[in-house]
Design a protein around this ligand. Sequence first.
Ligand SMILES: O=C(O)CCC(=O)C(=O)O
Ligand SMILES: [Fe+2]
Length: 359
Amino acid sequence: MADERSSSDGDFVDRFPNYDDAIDVEQITPDEASSRFFSDFVERHRPCVIREAVSHWPATKRWQPDFLRDRVGALTVGASGLGVVDEPVVEFSLARLTRSPSHMTFGEFLDQVDEPSRRRVQIYSEHLHALEPLRQDLGSFDFLDRSALPSRFYGDRFFISKRGYTDWHVHFGDETLTAQLTGRKELLLLPPDNATFSTMLAMARRGVWKAPRATWSSDFAALIPYRVVLEPGDAVYIPMHWWHAAEALDGDLNVTLAQVFGSPSRWLADVRLKNVWFSLAQCSMSSVSDAISYRQVRPLTRFARLSWMTARGARAARAANGLAPGGSAYWGIGTDRTNEGTAHVAEPRSPAGVGVARR
Ligand SMILES: O=C(O)CCC(=O)C(=O)O
Ligand SMILES: [Fe+2]
């Protein structure tokens, strides 16, 4: 079942239960996406991979080490709340907001990618402007007007690495289109049923990648993942509430750009609805920082404290990290949308387009 064209050389994803029986994520062409993306996937909460969705973006051809070194090698990457790390990362983890940065130039980062003794190195940016000089190398999705659908939590996220691994997590408030620009990336996904959610919640608290096989519960061992390998130019739709993990393959430079968009599913994250079992309380128990992803939900009194904590976390991180010297590139700890004062304030959203209902 697993995609024949690409065997994994991953350190992590292929250790997941039932990896060999993984179910292929359904694949469609960009043309098919124009007519089917919303009706067959978004509205049904089904992931899909749109092959060659962004292969017209110049980045998918140009963003190789020599080109990047030449164009942005001198950029200082305040290498993020994550720092330049060689451990797996967990998206939305509070740790990345508070860890001290290790500034380096992008060129120095590329040196580390080249360094054979360094198996894994990764940086993460929630700021599209981080690679501002190369912005013209990015484009849009033919089948989705993102401008009509204002982004929510961390609208644009770069994952740049050698063998980078993002541990299992779930997006509570966002739909994501994750586009592969350089190198291959393997993703596993799990559907959003109750059994999966409670099993994964327990595991993710500790870090799924850290759990030795001997400690797996029978519920965890029974999970069967969906799997996809992205080639440069492909994009995968990760529906809200689908747990996922991602690993960069092959040991070369790997660049992924994840972008979010709105959809009718957003009401599923609205904790004001009594029957929403993905409650903020449940979410906050998994990790306080997960609650950040709720900041577009109108603040409720009983959640004010949590919001305040996350706003404070963001402030502390900004103070600890400062802006990268010599530019506005601001790596790893957020976009202007995470600045203090806005972290817990929900902006009224303008009406969404593309057949998207507004609550
Ligand atoms: O590319 C990665 O490492 C993580 C991707 C991801 O989690 C996302 O796009 O939401
Ligand atoms: Fe994610």
